[in-house]
Ligand binder design. Structure first.
Ligand code: NAP
Length: 254
């Protein structure tokens, strides 16, 4: 069993969906886990669910806010040895209708926010000779998908970011990987279903079935499945694994 006792982990977007499952799993393995997001309420709900989870609201697109989060959380619980850059989101639009605002917002949270979330941890990880960084990317980081141009571009960028950081940190006991889920049962999926139902005049059940069918196993991935892969990447048994994009998608990509 992977034990993370003595480690302090940051999970961005840790108040809901995949991030909340990761926070729970890492805390159950013994880590102190700081969760951030823009809304305080879901973070406090995650913290109330399990001892060892601590809520620190911050917007990952705001570099100063992230630096302040590091200051507060590291003062309270020690330096981050584990960072899970999970915060993200997508909106759909045909490519020709993508506004500059939608383009910038999507890259800000999914790509720049991911970098801002891990960058302040790097110097300390290097000094201590240990670090575990996991980006929650997507199968949209590995293949194209219609009507989500900014999201696909951002998630491909996350894979590049992960590979570059892995190359730069491999000699220092730091591993950097990405987990790429297919459609996963979270509030983000619920919002996608609502949008598809509204724009295609299908009912929600049909929209859900169409998305589940994109996974060759004909189902959605669960947040717990993503969390268990993240836990494995944080443990000693995966010390030789760095620079990898691991799909959890029932065979949607290879
Ligand atoms: P979710 O429940 O909507 O979670 C997204 C989380 O990110 C929320 O807790 C949200 O909290 C936080 N967040 C959004 N913008 C933020 C910002 N600017 N600063 C800080 N936190 C922010 O959706 P999810 O499905 O768990 O998504 C988690 C990750 O998995 C995302 O990166 C997503 O792209 C990826 N993913 C999801 C799926 C899927 O099908 N669900 C598939 C592949 C990959 P606040 O709103 O309070 O800020």
């Amino acid at each position: 069993m992977t034990t993370l006792t003595g480690h302090h982990a940051l999970v961005t977007g840790g108040g809901s969906g995949i991030g909340a499952a990761i926070a729970l799993t890492l805390a159950q393995a013994g880590a102190a886990v700081t969760v951030c997001g823009r809304r305080r309420e879901p973070l406090e709900a995650a913290a109330a669910q399990q001892a060892g989870i601590y809520a620190e609201p911050a917007d990952v697109t705001d570099r100063d806010a992230v630096l302040n989060l590091y200051k507060q959380a590291e003062k309270a619980r020690g330096p981050f040895g584990i960072v899970i850059a999970n915060a993200g989101g997508a909106q759909s639009a045909a490519a020709e209708k993508v506004s500059p605002q939608l383009w910038n917002d999507t890259l800000d949270v999914n790509l720049s926010g991911a970098f801002f979330s891990v960058q302040p941890a790097l110097a300390g990880m290097r000094k201590r000779g240990f670090g575990r960084i996991v980006f929650i990317a997507s199968t949209a980081g590995l293949k194209g998908a219609a009507y989500v141009v900014p999201y696909v571009a951002a998630k491909h960028g996350v894979i590049g970011l992960m590979r570059a950081l892995a190359a730069e940190t491999a000699k220092h006991g730091i591993t950097v990987n990405a987990v790429c889920p297919g459609y996963t049962e979270t509030p983000m999926l619920d919002r996608a279903v609502e949008r598809i139902a509204a724009t295609t005049k299908r009912d929600a059940a049909e929209a859900r079935a169409a998305l589940a069918a994109k996974n060759p196993q004909g189902r959605f991935i669960t947040p717990a499945e993503v969390a268990s892969t993240v836990l494995w990447l944080c443990g000693g048994a995966s010390a030789g694994i760095t620079g990898q994009a691991i799909a959890i998608s029932g065979g949607e990509t290879w």
